[in-house]
Write a protein that binds this ligand. Structure first.
Ligand code: PLP
Length: 419
């Protein structure tokens, strides 16, 4: 038995996306009739293998690369882990350069590698979330085995100049990986194969394909070793029987991502900009996080000073609006977002931030609905907020006092919501 789906306005498309109806339709035959193993020698298996080849070709078109440069994995996290592990194994080197704002797939893996004796340099970002290319260049050492820098930040949407950084790495003879999980369908990636990027990670569920399927692009002639060790699937580079239906779905989603790219760059961008402009006009003490030019067109990360994001999210939820604070993988943690902290936001402001992320499926009417609800909701929450009685200069206070005050605020708002 499953619960009936509530009516939702889904503004959390960086957490996951709905499976496109076209994608679902493409997948169904591989969950029903065509269940052969693509590695089997008989024609019932070969038929399925043919569809895997077709999907690989479609995903390759997204990156302008050859199908041989595409490895299917189980998720974006596996792709990230495989790239780093493989680069360290093939280079035989002991140092990693990355940033302080990566997804937990990279953050937690590099923490583990550090405990195993590898050196890790985690570069800071500027106040607007951007990264200095000069800092990356300076951080590369003789023993650096891999530089891993995300293409677009999942919390703020801020874009990093990864192609420029990849060229610097190439000159220095260092492998370069980018976590591009948030980019397909949002920015044009068809020049990737012409760049010096060695490894690039993607994830199906961020581009309207199902959860549980990912991609690692490995540039021609870049050496790679398996991370999931088993059979000879994926030309010996990733063991495990392929998730055929999801891979076929991902192939279809890749085609759709190319078709809807223009819509993302224009309609979705305009939708997001209208959302931000209206809130900025309507509410004081509101800040947009991240460089507004170098940003994904679909992402909006907003600080609502004097209010806890968790309270906003609970209220939004009651109105059927899905949004988030931080990454879905760290939701529930009381610590402020590591991304916003790295950008220098005070803990109080960082805990007031909500991420809204839009998709091809969002409509003007949904944005109007959200815009009708959010301003009075924030005003109501601020009216209850003990922080509001103070001036924003109070944000320079000591962290412990702030925490105590905010815990009281949180209890008060939760009690009001539960009334
Ligand atoms: C930037 C980034 N990298 C990696 C991942 C992990 O992808 P997956 O959920 O497919 O493991 C995510 C998912 O939120 C992400 O946003």
């Amino acid at each position: 038995m499953h619960a009936s789906r509530p009516e939702v306005v889904y503004l959390d498309n960086n957490a996951t996306t709905r499976v496109a109806p076209e994608v679902f339709e493409a997948m169904v035959p591989f969950l029903t009739e065509y269940y052969g193993n693509p590695s089997s020698a008989y024609s019932f298996g070969k038929l399925v293998e043919g569809h895997l080849i077709e999907a690989r070709t479609k995903v390759a078109a997204l990156l302008g690369c050859t199908p041989k440069e595409i490895i299917f994995t189980s998720c974006g996290t596996e792709s990230d882990n495989m790239a780093i592990w493989s680069a360290l194994q093939t280079s035989g080197k002991k140092h990693i350069v990355t940033t302080q704002v990566e997804h937990s797939a990279i953050m937690n893996q590099t923490d583990v590698l550090e405990r195993m004796g590898f050196g890790v340099t985690r570069l800071p970002v500027q106040a607007d979330g951007t990264l200095s290319v000069a800092d990356v260049e300076k951080a590369i050492r003789d023993d650096t085995g891999v530089v891993s820098i995300m293409w677009a930040n999942n919390e703020t949407g801020v874009l990093f100049p990864v192609e420029e950084i990849a060229s610097i790495c190439k000159k220095k003879g260092v492998l370069f990986h980018t976590d591009a999980v948030q980019t397909p369908g949002k920015i044009d990636l068809r020049h990737v194969a012409k760049s010096d990027i060695d490894f690039l990670s993607m994830s199906g569920h961020k581009l309207h394909a199902p959860k549980g399927v990912g991609v690692l692009y490995v540039k021609k002639r870049t050496k790679v070793v398996p991370y999931v060790i088993g059979g000879g699937q994926e030309r010996g580079k990733r063991g495990g029987t392929e998730n055929v239906a999801s891979i076929v779905g991902l192939g279809r989603a890749a085609e759709l991502a190319l078709e809807t790219l223009a819509d993302e760059q224009t309609r979705i961008r305009a939708l997001r900009d209208r959302f931000e402009e209206t809130l900025l006009k309507r509410l004081p003490n509101l800040y947009i996080n991240g460089n507004r030019e170098q940003r994904l067109p679909n992402t909006s990360n907003i600080a609502f000073d004097f209010v806890e994001a968790e309270a906003i999210l609970l209220k939004l939820d009651l109105s059927g609006i899905c949004a988030s604070s931080g990454s879905a993988c760290t939701t529930g943690s009381l610590d402020p977002s590591h991304v916003l902290s790295a950008m220098g936001l005070t803990p109080a402001r960082a805990r007031s931030c909500v991420r809204f992320s839009f998709s091809h499926y969002n409509t003007e009417a949904e944005i109007d609905h959200a815009l009708a609800i959010i301003p009075p909701m924030i005003e109501g929450l601020r009216a209850m907020s003990p922080l509001n009685a103070d001036h924003p200069d109070n944000f320079a206070y000591d962290v412990e006092a702030a925490r105590e005050k905010e815990e009281k605020l949180m209890a008060a708002t939760m009690a009001a919501i539960n009334e």
